[in-house]
Design a protein around this ligand. Structure first.
Ligand SMILES: Cc1cc2nc3c(=O)[nH]c(=O)nc-3n(C[C@H](O)[C@H](O)[C@H](O)COP(=O)(O)O)c2cc1C
Length: 339
């Protein structure tokens, strides 16, 4: 089974080249799809890249230890299609040897870069001293960055938050990360203690940029592309997360976004088809339902469709539901469909 997955993975390789300078090659602000466990899989990355080919994408976060053991479920997570490129592989953990070995593996798979998750607030992750817990152990965080930087030709980036309860250690952390070999740092402009809904505070990220020579990206609370370009200021790029779920068109300027649901339907259908291709019909459709609910959010009388959407089990079910919306009065409220 794992051999089969590896063969599929290797088919999607890019030429293996030294790309340490990847993050420094951009001449304009970079826009990216933020890594999101349970959402930013290959199918959704393909959808976002189809809508907006200029963006960069990340995998969902994946355990470095698990990759070392070549756990088949994790290998599936690292499958990508060349259309998604450049794709950054995101890993988490706390073991230097696993990070180094995972980094070499990512290099073989043709990823454009490797990102170290130092921001995940999930209880299980924090309890294991991974993710944001590394902000309370700078020494270990820097050793992990250094181990990866030495192990691979891939550029190494770090994604973290403002801090644990405030941004008081952000500059010290950023400087240490840069000294340890980080080629880019992306800051989710919320602290560990702030839930995703709390307004993001970008000021400390602008200050961090002034203290570092590597590129600094910002992330948090962007709901429109134009808003991202306003917020980016002295930074090198920004990532959009939640606002892309059910709305990959968020990566387009507002004037270029489709107005009618009918214009969105082919992409939504393609998303379902890619899900099936990646995971098979049963699992693919199960995973697609949550995306489908988000795609119809805001359209007229969407509640009436909820049960249909929660039970789609095949591409024809998806087609039928899309047809109901496109043909019926639901598409009259299409502007809201982009919400
Ligand atoms: C459902 C979900 C899953 C996420 N998974 C990850 C992840 O795997 N790795 C990561 O670095 N951040 C993850 N994040 C955080 C996002 O990458 C991003 O930093 C956060 O959502 C803030 O951006 P936004 O306000 O644009 O959503 C996740 C966020 C959400 C909502």
């Amino acid at each position: 089974m794992s051999c089969l997955i590896l063969t599929t993975l290797k088919r999607s390789l890019f030429p293996k080249v030294s790309r340490k300078s990847f993050w420094k090659t951009f001449t304009a602000h970079v826009v990216g799809l933020a890594p999101m466990e349970g959402y930013s899989d290959s199918a959704f990355r393909q959808v976002c890249k189809t809508v907006a080919p200029q963006i960069i994408t990340y995998t969902e976060f994946t355990s470095a230890d698990g990759l070392t053991y070549k756990a088949p479920k994790l290998l599936e997570k690292f499958h990508f299609n060349p259309i998604e490129a450049p794709v950054i592989a995101q890993i988490f953990g706390k073991n230097e040897a696993s990070f180094a070995s995972a980094a070499r593996f990512c290099e073989d798979l043709g990823f454009a870069g490797i990102d170290l998750n130092m921001g995940c607030p999930a209880k299980k992750v924090v309890k294991s001293e991974h993710g944001i817990a590394l902000r309370r152990n700078h020494d270990l965080a820097f050793r992990l960055i250094s181990a990866v930087a030495k192990a691979t030709q891939l550029p190494v980036s770090v994604k973290t938050r403002l801090g644990w309860s405030d941004a008081s250690d952000l500059i010290a952390f950023g400087r240490g990360a840069e000294n340890a070999g980080a080629d880019m740092i992306c800051i989710h402009a919320r602290t560990y203690q702030e839930p995703y809904g709390v307004p993001a505070v970008w000021g400390p990220v602008y200050d961090l940029k002034k203290s570092l020579s590597i590129p600094v990206y910002g992330n948090g609370g962007i709901t429109r592309l134009e808003e991202g370009f306003q917020r980016v200021q002295n930074l090198d790029g920004f990532l959009i997360g939640q606002a892309a779920i059910g709305n990959p068109w968020v990566f387009l300027p507002e004037a270029e976004q489709p107005f009618h649901f009918a214009a969105k339907a082919p992409i939504i259908r393609q998303h379902a088809a890619w899900m099936i291709q990646e995971r098979g019909e049963l699992n693919g459709m199960r995973q697609f339902r949550k995306h489908f609910l988000q795609y119809v959010k805001g359209i007229h009388n969407a509640k009436a469709l909820r049960s249909d959407i929660c039970h789609v089990a095949s591409l024809s079910d998806v087609d039928r539901t899309l047809e109901i919306i496109v043909q019926g009065p639901m598409d009259q409220n299409e502007a809201l469909g982009a919400a």
